[in-house]
Design a protein around this ligand. Structure first.
Ligand SMILES: [Zn+2]
Ligand SMILES: [Zn+2]
Length: 105
């Protein structure tokens, strides 16, 4: 599973490329494809079922205050930014309205 380093959305590779709704784009090298999507012996990455509906993924929950809807339950996950030297970024998603933002801590 790969996450967008810009907005935290889950990304689905398409024809050797990853494209996010926020505009983030990444070309996958052959090595990336082999490493990430052929690990379990698949020969065709198109046939692999990839969960893209992030609402179905079991993420840990946390107490939040959504600035959009005032919801108090949220999910969080961590994304390693483009540079491995940088600290990973935490993202929060409101369970009520789906609003997603970066965690400040
Ligand atoms: Zn994005
Ligand atoms: Zn909300």
């Amino acid at each position: 599973m790969e996450f967008c380093p810009d907005c935290g959305a889950m990304l689905m590779p398409k024809k050797g490329k990853i494209k996010c709704t926020c505009g983030y784009e990444k070309s996958l090298s052959d090595d990336d494809l082999v490493e990430q999507y052929h690990m379990k012996g698949e020969t065709n990455p198109e046939t692999k079922v990839i969960v893209t509906d992030s609402n179905n993924v079991a993420l840990p929950t946390t107490k939040i205050t959504c600035y959009k809807c005032g919801g108090t339950k949220g999910y969080w996950w961590t994304v390693q930014t483009r540079s491995a030297d940088e600290a990973p970024t935490n993202f929060i998603r409101c369970a009520k309205c789906g609003n997603t933002w970066r965690s400040s801590n």
